[in-house]
Design a binder for this molecule. Sequence first.
Ligand code: COA
Length: 261
Amino acid sequence: MPYQHIQFELAGSGVALVTVNRPDKLNALSRGVVEELGQAASQIAEDPAIRAAILTGAGEKAFVAGADINELAAFSPVEARSYALRGQQVFRKLETLGKPVVAAVNGYALGGGLELAMACTVRFAAENAKLGQPEVKLGLIPGYGGTQRLPRLVGYGRALEMLLAGEPVTAAEAWRIGLVNAVTPQAELLPYCRAWLDKVLANAPLALRMAMEAVDVGLSAGLEEGLRFEAAAFGVCAASEDRQEGTRAFLEKRRAVFAGK
Ligand code: COA
């Protein structure tokens, strides 16, 4: 699929590398970028050869420095609402596509950039990364899920601190508060993401999908529904060939080889 604003590469390992590619604008999210991220999410979800993805920004300075402020400056209220809804839809698609998506936060992740990273399954950050929701400095609030996902990740006290002051946190602070899962030197960020995915992808694909879905259902719907979903998903996994292979391999003291069935 030809892309203009992002790069989409697929390695032999089945891990897609999606790079937001506007380095001269610090990879700001124009509408074109958001649409292409939506197409990339569909491609990742639908192509059986793709088992996981890494999302990053071009250059060494920014992951994504926010929504494109040139576009934000020109919106009518009605346009702004549909712009927010569209971005929310694309990010939700990315969040629920059923395969792990790792955010490799290689620099500034501000505004829509942090919202994009938070819609990923996990976030690993380079030491130079700065993460924040500065929208209030522009007379706005986050529109791509920041007010919802930030408190879920870091708790509402810290989330409000970041949302109201609009000041970014360093990678080290982001790690301390649970906003990112690990911090690495810039040059080691992509190898770190790939190594983590190697471990994840050695596990049963259906179990990975069900674990992510159970977490998502529980966080969206609440404990009771989440527990019910967990039990049903546990049953689905128990019916899989991979469950037979996984338990048998353990008992036979060998490594499981999963077929994704
Ligand atoms: N939208 C549009 N353009 C952006 C942008 C954004 N969110 N963030 C950066 N850019 C552009 C700059 O306008 C500049 O373009 P120019 O060279 O044509 O003037 C280019 O990217 C480089 O940015 P610059 O500000 O010169 O880099 P810097 O190192 O001095 O500062 C930041 C980096 C990230 C601190 C600064 O760019 C910034 O504050 N960006 C906006 C962050 C923001 O508020 N995001 C939330 C939007 S909701």
